[in-house]
Unconditional design. Structure first.
Lengths: 110, 112
């Protein structure tokens, strides 16, 4: 079943912060986060593993609540380059078969 | 050198035709995938191969047939194309455990 992301869309001014949420109805092994710019491929940002391990980029942070099967992506001091659609991808069994979320469109304005 | 390359980038074809999309990766990754992204941006897995062996075969019409001639290549052949097949098809790879997907640039397929 497809994870649900919220909000569906958000508009921010440069320098503002954003939080994007991803909720699953099933227990998760890991959560991935990707950013897709218009007309381009999704780009890997971060992975959060059961047990608390994280791997990803320095300027992006995220959390993973295993009990609630929820993850949140935190974008601080947003830059114009952060614009795009953000997807979470959930892995139930550790086999890296991802089910992607509904997407959150982030627009940063000067 | 592009890490994951797909050809063609754009494909416009008529209903009923047969077409192929090719994917090549130079990352040395073991696992390759095909994903379909529809007009609502929903990304859905179609197939996965690990070292030339089919691992995942989602509920996809059997008009779609993947082939992996070697670890670096994964192709997708589609028979009898239908209007509903119009989408962007992405190839992706994973290598090191738990280090995310690397996507190809996508193939925009339009069936008319």
């Amino acid at each position: 079943q497809q994870p649900v992301q919220s909000p569906q869309a958000v508009i921010l001014r440069e320098g503002e912060d954003a939080v994007i949420n991803c909720s699953s109805s099933k227990a998760l092994y890991s959560v991935h986060w990707y950013r897709q710019k218009h007309g381009e491929a999704p780009v890997f940002l971060m992975i959060l593993l059961k047990g608390g391990e994280q791997k990803g980029h320095d300027k992006i942070s995220a959390s993973f609540n295993e009990k609630k099967q929820q993850s949140s992506l935190y974008l601080t001091a947003s830059q114009l380059s952060y614009s795009g659609t953000y997807f979470c991808g959930t892995d139930l069994f550790g086999n890296e078969k991802l089910t992607f979320g509904t997407g959150t469109r982030l627009t940063i304005i000067p | 050198d592009t890490a994951v390359s797909q050809t063609p980038k754009y494909l416009v074809t008529q209903m009923g035709n047969d077409k192929s999309i090719k994917c090549e990766q130079n990352l040395g990754h073991d696992t390759m995938y095909w994903y379909k992204q529809d007009s609502k941006k929903f990304l859905k897995i179609m197939f996965s191969y690990n070292n030339k062996e089919l691992i995942i075969n989602e509920t996809v019409p059997n008009r779609f047939s993947p082939k992996s001639p070697d670890k670096a290549h994964l192709n997708l052949h589609i028979n009898s194309l239908e209007l509903g097949d119009s989408a962007v098809y992405f190839c992706a790879t994973t290598g090191r455990e738990n280090y995310g997907y690397t996507f190809g640039s996508g193939t925009r397929l339009t069936v008319v």
